[in-house]
Design a protein around this ligand. Structure first.
Ligand code: C2O
Length: 575
């Protein structure tokens, strides 16, 4: 296993000063530095040549490896034909919101034609598997890579037995088309984008191989980078112990199936204790939407290798026998919810960490809706209207002149956003009933750039309630800038005082940055707004994001110098 830290430079005196300020351990604090050249890359997939947008001519892009406490510096230079931004999915970005990356939320995009921007942030109190991806248009379909954080020098061990090796599996989706065209077509018609034609594992539509040795334990770092689909993952003949999700440690959870929504990661130990041979690892679409038909699956190979050539040769003889895992049905919500609902957080020092006092409570309904066709939507059916998506019936619209964060920092937000994101849905109806959801008056939504403003250190509890408008679906909700506790989840409408509702887990709930809220159901999340800036919360299905399934939290500066958002870096892109 390659455990070497690529691009790692030990920095001496220059860093010492700022490390003291940030309270990081001085010994061994390092700078992990990369340059990302974004440009065109021609690849062959499914017998076809396709020009994609990629970083450094690699697909998936380079792996970024750091330790807790390190500073990550990535110089992004854009030679691609599209404006670009890069988001460090799950990185808390404490006091470094300028490096977060969502287009027009934290920055204007880096322009095509060789423009550059340096993302600089510290990894503070995080360990596990995260990833990075483009955060503009559909470009993240091919502009993504792993971001691995290992324990820092003051805590060099995992809270589980050290595995013999590790492997990163990035799951993606493939189109035999430019993904920018796929998105453009969806916007013109005001309908769903075309489905991908295949799933990928580490960028390959088949053929990825992982070699293991019998009797050893491997840490699988699983990342769902697919645009629109949740996935089941299994390895024939093998079981896992889940030890982390979204770079938050979990209590060890034994399972033979892992379920990941787009945006989510899972760290799972796999024991190579099967009869030496060859086994398929398989990822398959999980569809929560009734009547959905897309059921793609893909495989990679797990191959036992031997220390001695004779045994290897014997294995070669058995080449024809590759065992395939038995996958759940593509619409097996019970298995999906069983996995999502079973994870609990590993308590540091055995002590609960959930904030018990709540300052702000919100009920946020979200899902699809409709809107009159815009003039630019030339292929939109005027009677049906355009698909829209919304949170509390506000379909989020990105500003065009200045990022939300820049307007926030300037203290003048006029013409960029308003501070009236509602705490509750405007109309209360039977959110998860198909008939109540087909009433035209609840389907209609309107555009806005509304944020919810929070005082520094406010603890917020949000009930995320799916609606059944245009179908009930499990939407993965992702929050930038924070991890949140998932206190409870369930199906139907959330009732605060229902005797049948399962109680909140205030002891050891899982922490995540992306929660897969059950189709036709709800989840309750809680977090403390201790990171000043503007942080978007959105559906991580790219089919829904451009239609407006997003909102943002604006978190005010705190009272002390170390709780104030610093000014933007000198090369901060302008629109
Ligand atoms: Cu991984 Cu805002 O996204």
């Amino acid at each position: 296993m390659n455990r070497q830290m690529c691009g790692r430079a030990y920095v001496l005196l220059a860093l010492v000063g700022c490390c003291c300020l940030l309270g990081l351990p001085l010994a061994d604090a390092a700078v992990v530095e990369h340059t990302f050249h974004v440009g065109n890359l021609t690849v062959n997939r499914l017998g076809q040549r396709q020009v994609i947008t990629a970083v450094n001519g690699q697909f998936p892009g380079p792996k970024v490896e750091a330790r807790d406490g390190d500073t990550v510096v990535v110089h992004v230079v854009n030679y691609s034909p599209y404006n670009i931004t890069i988001h460090w999915h799950g990185v808390l970005q404490r006091l470094s919101g300028w490096a977060d990356g969502p287009s027009m939320v934290s920055q204007c995009p880096i322009r095509t034609g060789g423009a550059a921007y340096t993302y600089r942030f510290n990894i503070t109190g995080q360990e596990g598997t995260l990833w990075w991806h483009a955060h503009v248009s559909f470009l993240r379909a091919t502009v993504y890579g792993a971001l691995l954080i290992r324990p820092g020098p003051d805590k060099p061990h995992y809270p589980f037995p050290t595995p013999h090796g590790e492997a990163t599996l990035l799951f993606g989706e493939w189109w035999n088309a430019s993904v920018v065209d796929v998105e453009r077509q969806a916007m013109l018609t005001g309908g769903a984008p075309n489905n991908s034609v295949a799933l990928t594992i580490n960028g390959m539509t088949g053929g990825y191989e992982l070699a293991v040795r019998h009797g050893r334990t491997y840490l699988l770092r699983l990342i769902n980078a697919a645009l629109n689909y949740q996935l089941f993952f299994k390895v024939a003949g093998h079981a896992f112990t889940v030890v982390a999700a979204d770079a938050c440690y979990t209590d060890p959870y034994d399972t033979d199936v892992v379920v990941l929504a787009p945006g989510q990661t899972v760290d799972a130990l796999m024991y190579a204790n099967a009869t030496p041979g060859r086994y398929y690892m398989a990822a398959q679409v999980y569809q929560s939407l009734a009547n959905a038909t897309y059921t793609a699956a893909t495989t990679a190979l797990l191959r036992y290798e031997h220390h001695d050539a004779a045994a290897e040769a014997a294995l070669t003889l058995s080449r024809t026998k590759i065992v395939m895992p038995i996958m759940p049905a593509f619409n097996d919500s019970e298995t999906a919810q069983g996995f999502y609902g079973s994870l609990t957080g590993l308590l540091p020092d055995g002590k609960p960490t959930v904030p018990l006092h709540v300052d702000t409570r919100m009920l946020v309904t979200y899902g699809l809706g409709v809107m009159p066709c815009m003039p630019a939507q030339t292929l939109c059916n005027r009677t049906r209207g355009s698909v829209a998506a919304s949170m509390n019936n506000v379909s989020f619209q990105l500003p065009t002149t200045m990022s939300l964060l820049e307007a926030h920092a300037r203290g003048n937000v006029d013409g960029v956003y308003t501070r009236d994101f509602p705490d509750r849905p405007p109309v209360v109806f039977n959110f998860t009933s198909a008939s109540a959801s087909s009433n035209r008056s609840v389907m209609l939504t309107s555009k806005g750039t509304k944020v919810k403003t929070l005082r520094f250190n406010t603890t917020v509890e949000v009930v995320l309630q799916n609606t059944a408008i245009l179908g009930s679906e499990n939407h993965p909700l992702h929050l930038h800038g924070f991890n949140f506790y998932v206190l409870a989840q369930g199906v139907g409408n959330f009732h605060a005082r229902s005797p049948t509702r399962s109680p909140y887990n205030l002891v050891n709930p899982q922490q995540r940055n992306t929660v897969a809220v059950p189709a036709g159901g709800w989840a309750v999340i809680r977090f403390t707004a201790d990171n000043p800036g503007v942080w978007v919360m959105h559906c991580h299905l790219d089919a829904h994001l451009p239609f407006g399934l997003a909102m943002a939290f604006e978190v005010d500066d705190g009272p002390t110098p170390d709780t104030v958002l610093p000014p933007p870096p000198p090369d901060y892109p302008q629109c």
